[in-house]
Design a binder for this molecule. Structure first.
Ligand code: GLU
Length: 303
């Protein structure tokens, strides 16, 4: 077994809110409970959505809560050459192809086929620009897509249990590099988790749906699949997931113990201590009792 490496990977689109601290704390606790390393990666590939200074704010909020990474944070904006290398590699093996379809073109194609396939407001890609269907046919390349073969991807979430998704049917050939030139989250996250040797991914449940796509990409790039644990989401008074887009309040880490206590309640930890250091030590013990031993026993047992 490679040594445990975990990470928290915030997008610097604003300050941490109560929901993002849950994911940050859980990933930190899981790393500490396994005696592993904990990294922070600033996911600033989606340049148009990044807010200047949000990275420093997030790092300060984490530090206020005692969540200090074991290495200087990695910035995805510095890693374009690696993402391009992975894309070139996939393209050279016929696994990625350029796509000239706008959203409108994809909608019209589904209409022509007599079907509408919505998916979280996105459309399953109907494969229009696949090379065997004629490729770009004179249109300019907009995005690059991964060729997804049919078949169900099965994976196990340490909290949610067995999961599966037929990526080809439910998502289709997904985007690796967007029409605006930005590398897609799926490509950047898989390349970086692989390059950083991440063995355990602990993140919010809203991201669980991306996992099967990331596993498909890991397999195509010859990268190992980490273990996953998706944490419960924090909801607002209307039952909506807290998010920066829906105007979640920035987290006040001036009172770090109160912020940590709220995150701990979501994770069903019951911790009370006078200092952040003591609080984190107690929380680590509770986390280890719940999540580290069974997970280690499971992976240690013969297949
Ligand atoms: N950057 C992503 C976000 O902030 C998280 C990526 C991940 O943990 O895989 O939603």
């Amino acid at each position: 077994m490679p040594r445990y490496v975990g990470r928290f990977a915030p997008s610097p689109t604003g300050a941490l809110h109560a929901g993002s601290l849950v994911a940050a704390l859980a990933s930190w606790l899981d790393a500490r409970a396994h005696g592993g390393r904990w990294l922070v990666r600033i996911e600033d590939v989606d340049a148009p959505r990044c807010v200047p200074g949000a990275d420093r704010l997030i790092l300060r909020q984490l530090a206020d809560c005692g969540l200090l990474p074991d290495e200087p944070p990695l910035y995805q904006s510095t890693r374009g050459a690696l993402y391009q290398q992975a894309l070139d590699d996939l393209a050279s093996r016929g696994l990625a192809y350029p796509c000239g379809c706008s959203r409108k073109a994809i909608e019209s194609e589904w209409q022509r086929l007599g079907r509408v396939k919505p998916r979280h407001g996105e459309l399953v890609y109907p494969g229009t620009c696949r090379p065997e269907r004629g490729g770009l046919q004179g249109r300019a390349a907009r995005a690059w897509r991964l060729r997804v073969e049919p078949g169900v991807v099965h994976w196990n979430d340490r909290r949610l249990g067995p999961q599966s998704q037929d990526v080809a049917a439910e998502v289709g050939d997904f985007v690796l590099r967007r029409a605006d030139g930005c590398y897609a989250y799926q490509l950047a996250v898989v390349v970086d988790d692989g390059a950083q040797g991440v063995t355990h991914i602990v993140r919010g449940e809203d991201l669980a749906d991306n996992t099967a796509r990331q596993i498909v990409l890991q397999r195509q790039l010859g990268l190992p699949t980490p273990q996953y644990l998706h944490t419960p989401l924090v909801r607002d008074a209307h039952g909506e997931k807290l998010s920066k887009q829906t105007g979640a309040q920035p987290l006040d880490t001036g009172n770090a113990l109160a912020a940590l206590a709220a995150a701990a309640a979501v994770l069903e930890l019951d911790v009370s201590a006078p200092t952040v250091g003591d609080w984190l030590a107690q929380a680590t013990q509770q986390w280890a009792a719940r999540w580290a031993r069974p997970a280690m026993a499971a992976s240690d047992s013969p297949a």
